[in-house]
Design a binder for this molecule. Sequence first.
Ligand code: UGA
Length: 442
Amino acid sequence: MKKITFIGTGYVGLVSGAGVSDFGHNVICADIASDKIDQLLDGEIPIYEPGLNNLVERNVKAGRLTFTTAVDKAIQDADVIFIAVGTPQGENGNADLSAVYKVAETIGNNLNGYKVVCTKSTVPIGTGAQILQIINQYKSNEIEFDYVSNPEFLREGSAVKDFLWPDRVVLGTPSEKAYEVMMDVYRPLFINETPIVKTSIQTAEMIKYASNAFLALKISYINEIANLCDEVDADIHEVTKAMGSDGRISPKFLHPGPGYGGSCFPKDTNAIASLARQKGLTLRTVEGAIKANQYQKDRMVDKVKHLCNGDVSGKTIAILGLAFKQETDDIRDSAALDMIKALLKSNAVVKAYDPIANKNMSIKFPEVNYCLNWEAAVEGADATVILTEWREFRGMDLNKVKELMHQPVLLDTRNILPIKELNRLGFKYDNVGRKGINKDAL
Ligand code: UGA
């Protein structure tokens, strides 16, 4: 079994570190943020991620997973070091790589024998070469190391499952020796016949961006088709069902909505488009997806205003769902941010409820009235807007919603509510691309 250190205990580092320890390796998760490490040492998980609690607890108990702020020692003690620090969006759409470069320097300073250095953070194509150069600059001459790009494909909300049962593992390295070490790290997956893609460093970096940009493009595409469905009275559900049954298209990531958010698609599409521009190319499709996504968020605001006869000033609007998707408390680039900002600017009174993201949103918008359940949020509202597809909103008793609201007006940006029921109860409603639903078939 290998001794493995993860640097960075964000959702990538923590999920991957805990996952690798579950494979039987001895893992240290290291971070300079002492508050996070203190929490982890106290048995608390700093992020909300289904299944992560159990995974961490199980491996801590088994003695395979430990946490530390002593990054230097964690590097010295490891056979394999994973870089899993954040790469937030910096200026001009480029990824901010300062944390990655700082870690490379620390690795160089503490390299005390042959190790494999592996990047999991999402870094622009060409960053691997920079990391190699920095480590070489800081390490002692006689010590060898190899470098691997091993991008992650974890979705927030299902990251544990995605880590333990991945569709593929990408290993970008020119070194056979490092590849063999990484095959050992991922051996349990190899036994499960998970496809392992061995490639160059740059190709591995490109696979990550190309995958995320493609998924973002797919969402923006279906959002635009849903918008057109609105205009021509077609039903997007039937359209996507038929489209998705074509194996070349697949039904996944064909759900229209209020525009994609999160810490990945917005950042990564901007980063790849920006990289292309620096190389003298324009990624017209990706740039189109970025524009379409902003339009989608704005369109949802227009839909609410339209439902409120063009004016939300003084009206009470209930927002259900603040996280960028279900099963997470992450609000980064969530459609709720644009919605709340626009509503407040138009002098609406905003009430909101999310099962776990109220706290995060209240830091951004303290002026919103945060509620403890959906019933309290919709009470007295002139319009309700569903922005996140939480299961508890799918099962809402619409009779009760109508009873509690000042008037039954509703925008379902995730298309999760039964239209038959909304019609029966006399709701004035809108959704994304379902105007042409075949009412006779309801
Ligand atoms: C995304 C990718 O799916 C992961 O493979 C990748 O590892 C991750 O980014 C990353 O780079 O770290 P994530 O952002 O966590 O994962 O969540 P997704 O499930 O991809 O959803 C992203 C956004 O797209 C959400 O706002 C979601 O509501 C929206 N979406 C997704 C749709 O509007 N429609 C869909 O059909 C699917």
